[in-house]
Design a protein around this ligand. Structure first.
Ligand code: FES
Length: 330
């Protein structure tokens, strides 16, 4: 059984036309340079990607005629990576079309598994054909391809930078601290006890100097709710009772299951409901979990009033807010 590749007999196809690079050494050199230029353009694209990712700040915008105001950081990353991949592909296609061996051969069909002899012969043929690609002789292409592939390979490593920095202890603390006023969210308006009727709920944040530039990462931890009930309805320990003020009780708004905002308050039953997985917290007993997957009550914030009669925090949260899994890191 023969597996040798045989020159194409004459299947009736048009006569094979040799490419210019096959017959003209000058055209071959020119094609080689063109391929290298494409690979070098790919390398330039990757360098643009790396430069944009590391050195262009994420809040810089440029105006483009068709796109309008565009984030320069993202534009550089997208353009750089797009050019890098495009020119590697274009270089490979141009290389194959102009310089790779251009022969037409036929191979006879055989049973699926080749004999050992045929397999050995296949390896020989691959080696022979690989030699014809003349990568060893085409050092310009070899080097530019190595540079382009090497830089593109670096791109995923660069993206690892987005994994840091680690949050360290920052997730265990919020902005709330002793003496910080309670303000409405939205509105940033300080609240007095008389602003809340019995049965009312208010969504609040800690007062800061520059509320216009409050960080989202802070809001995600600081969001809290105030609820007013009759003081006689609260079933709390003496210590927790002292954290309330005239029936106003404050809890973290961040669900202790997976961090959704617990914003639904059922006035009649005095239950707080998390819309994500239906965890239900009982307000009079200190937001104890009475239904759902949450594993612990919503953290309670100690509140009181300052000299001017505004509601303030009497202390920071005494435990981390948010998903219970943080407990494992304490
Ligand atoms: S996040 Fe609140 S119940 Fe799941």
């Amino acid at each position: 059984m023969s597996t040798e590749l045989e020159p194409l007999a004459d299947p009736g196809l048009p006569h094979h036309v040799h490419r210019k690079a096959d017959t003209d050494p000058a055209a071959e050199k020119r094609a080689e340079r063109q391929v290298s230029i494409l690979f070098l353009l790919s390398a330039a694209g990757t360098l643009l990607f790396i430069y944009s990712f590391i050195w262009i700040p994420t809040d810089v915008f440029v105006f483009l005629p068709l796109l309008g105001n565009t984030n320069a950081h993202q534009l550089g990353i997208g353009t750089g990576l797009g050019l890098a991949l495009f020119f590697i592909g274009a270089g490979a296609v141009h290389w194959a079309k102009t310089l790779m061996p251009d022969e037409e051969v036929i191979a006879q069909r055989h049973e699926m598994r080749s004999s050992d002899e045929d397999r050995a012969s296949f390896v020989e043929t691959v080696k022979e054909e690989a030699g014809k690609v003349q990568l060893g002789r085409r050092s310009l292409i070899k080097r530019s391809l190595g540079l382009a592939l090497g830089l593109v390979g670096l791109s995923p490593l660069i993206l690892l930078r987005d994994l840091g920095p680690l949050p360290e202890q920052s997730l265990l603390k919020t902005t709330w601290d002793k003496g910080i006023r309670v303000v409405t969210d939205p509105g940033n308006r300080p609240l007095r006890p008389e602003d809340l009727e019995v049965g009312a709920i208010a969504h609040v944040l800690p007062e800061i100097k520059d509320p216009e530039h409050r960080k989202l990462s802070d809001i995600a931890k600081d969001a809290a709710i105030l609820i007013r009930v009759r003081p006689s309805e609260l079933k709390l320990s003496e210590e927790r009772m002292a954290w309330t003020h005239e029936g106003i009780i404050a809890f973290s708004k961040i669900c202790s299951h997976m961090g959704c905002p617990v914003a639904l308050y059922e006035q009649t039953t005095k239950h707080l409901l998390c819309p994500c997985h239906q965890s239900t917290f009982d307000v009079p007993t200190g937001a104890k979990v009475i239904f759902g997957p949450a594993a612990r009550p919503l953290p309670q914030l100690a509140i009181t009033v300052d000299d001017e009669g505004y509601l303030i925090a009497a202390a920071p949260f005494d435990e981390p807010v948010g998903p219970s899994f943080w407990e494992r890191n304490i």
